[in-house]
Design a protein around this ligand. Structure first.
Ligand SMILES: O=C(O)CCC(=O)C(=O)O
Ligand SMILES: [Fe+2]
Length: 204
């Protein structure tokens, strides 16, 4: 299927870069995280969007590198904004994929006033995302692993379960967006992460 189900980058970001992401997130409005088409229990977390060019370019560059090192060589086009997520005790994100990869999933361009809320994954008001799908997902770990218990990112593929416990601050996990994954409930403390999705045209 794929030789590598994920690509792990242990010390991708310096503590200063992690601080910068956290400062940028603190300036933005906090929203309830949702998963389109799923019930409220599926996901519990607070999110904010980061539109900082320098920080977004930094994460995007790591994803591009992982894409090659992992041997995927997916055709990548453009990343979405960075989504910052806070998981408090009991917060979680149940099993899901971040996007399908085929032509039915390709985003259709719609005028902003016709975009439903919440926004389904297969429409966009932005011309630069027209025709694209999510290809690679990246989780940036922004908490020290000693700051929380539970809150473990897990990726499953057929009979294999990959568990990312003790994910140190500044590490990044990159995986294809069609891979099933979840974040288990936080049992103590607080876990902060940032996710970026890199889009491209459907697989062919
Ligand atoms: O917080 C994480 O590590 C992953 C979150 C996630 O899967 C998502 O936002 O789609
Ligand atoms: Fe996800």
């Amino acid at each position: 299927m794929l030789t590598n189900h994920y690509w792990w980058i242990p010390e991708a970001l310096t503590p200063q870069q992690c601080d910068e992401i956290q400062h940028a997130a603190a300036m933005e409005q906090q929203l309830e995280g949702i998963h389109f088409g799923q019930s409220e229990e599926h996901r519990k977390s607070q999110i904010s969007w980061i539109y900082n060019e320098k920080l977004n370019d930094l994460i995007a560059a790591w994803i591009r590198q992982a894409n090659k090192e992992a041997g995927w060589w997916f055709d990548l086009h453009k990343p979405e904004a960075l989504q910052y997520t806070r998981y408090n005790v009991d917060d979680h994100y149940d099993w899901h994929i971040d996007g399908h990869m085929d032509n039915y999933a390709a985003r259709r361009l719609l005028p902003s006033n016709q975009i439903p809320n919440p926004i389904p994954l297969n429409v966009t008001p932005f011309p630069e995302f027209q025709g694209t799908v999510r290809k690679l997902s990246a989780t940036v770990n922004l908490s020290h692993s000693s700051d929380y218990e539970g809150g473990e990112l897990q990726i499953r593929c057929y009979d294999q379960l990959h568990r990312f416990n003790d994910a140190e601050r500044g590490s990044i996990a990159v995986f294809p967006s069609f891979m099933d994954h979840r974040v288990t409930p936080v049992t103590s403390g607080e876990r902060h992460s940032a996710v970026m999705w890199f889009n491209g045209y459907p697989f062919r």
